[in-house]
Ligand binder design. Structure first.
Ligand SMILES: Nc1nc2c(ncn2[C@@H]2O[C@H](COP(=O)(O)OP(=O)(O)OP(=O)(O)O)[C@@H](O)[C@H]2O)c(=O)[nH]1
Ligand SMILES: [Mg+2]
Length: 257
């Protein structure tokens, strides 16, 4: 199988315009500055798509969008709720600025950010295959979206740094049993939740958070779930695994939908 780097290179070459699909819950972590620099260097237009915007507050979205807009046009989309997809279609036509022939649109991004779902949002449901399991799309898939737009769907093509466990955990690239440091990853999830959705975290685990740090909150959740070791100490690993599983299932966001 061609290496991920080769796939990305090839898609960039073939495409008239690229969509860099990022997860709106952690847009800065799911951007790839190396690829962005390369696109600028070869003068290939691209749009940053903040997908899964149904999971994030409007305020956070606006802030992220203006940060991104310094680099490239940014659009926020919820492919799940079919929000922003018409806007994205228009933006593609506008930014590509190609008349009289089909426009090839490459879709790149970290695994599981929703690349295939974004394509379906624009093209119509079910044209690109999607899954909650990352690494779903294999090889490059061509999807005709009509109105001169042809997508190249790709697997999660940004090479992930093996030691970047946080992002692998947050994106659900690795499940909790495969993470070397589940406590660290769970603390990161707690940090995100406290920032964006503190009330959901509180009501989901029935804890009251004032100004505790993420480790203290992990312990509070462990206590609340009654995850104790033999001598009565809190089993932080078990609590961490529970939090990661809940996060990856999307359970921690359900109330917001
Ligand atoms: N809440 C929410 N979930 C979404 C959205 N878009 C995609 N998802 C979910 O995210 C998961 C991954 O979606 P895919 O479209 O398969 O992601 P992908 O980037 O193509 O994934 P790979 O091909 O595995 O790299 C699925 O469980 C989707 O239902 C969205 O806008 N909102
Ligand atoms: Mg896919």
């Amino acid at each position: 199988m061609a290496s991920q780097k080769m796939i990305v290179k090839d898609v960039i070459k073939k495409a008239d315009i690229l969509l860099e699909v990022v997860d709106a819950r952690f847009p800065d972590d799911t951007r790839n500055s190396e690829i962005e620099r390369e696109l600028k260097r070869i003068k290939k237009p691209f749009i940053i798509v903040l997908n899964k915007c149904d999971l994030v507050s409007k305020e956070k979205l606006e802030k992220a969008k203006s940060r991104m807009a310094k680099t490239a046009p940014a659009v926020f989309v919820s492919s799940k709720q079919r929000f922003g997809t018409t806007m994205l279609r228009h933006k593609i036509l506008e930014v590509a600025d190609i008349q009289g022939r089909n426009i090839t649109v490459g879709c790149i991004g970290y695994p599981n950010t929703g690349k295939s779902s974004v394509i379906n949002g624009v093209a119509g449901r079910g044209k690109a295959s999607t899954s909650a399991i990352s690494g779903h799309t294999k090889g490059v898939q061509i999807v005709n979206a009509g109105s001169r737009i042809v997508f190249l769907d790709t697997p999660g093509v940004f090479p992930l740094d093996e030691h970047d466990e946080y992002i692998q955990g947050l994106l659900g690239v690795k499940d909790s049993t495969h993470l070397k440091d589940p406590i660290g990853v769970a603390m990161k999830i707690i940090e995100r939740m406290v920032e964006d959705n503190k009330e959901i975290l509180e009501s989901f685990y029935k804890v009251k958070i004032t100004d505790e740090n993420s480790y203290d909150i992990l312990e509070m959740i462990g206590t609340q779930c009654n995850f104790l070791k033999k001598k009565g100490a809190i089993d932080e690993t078990r609590a961490a695994i529970r939090i990661i599983n809940d996060w990856q299932k999307g359970a921690l966001l359900e109330e917001e939908l």
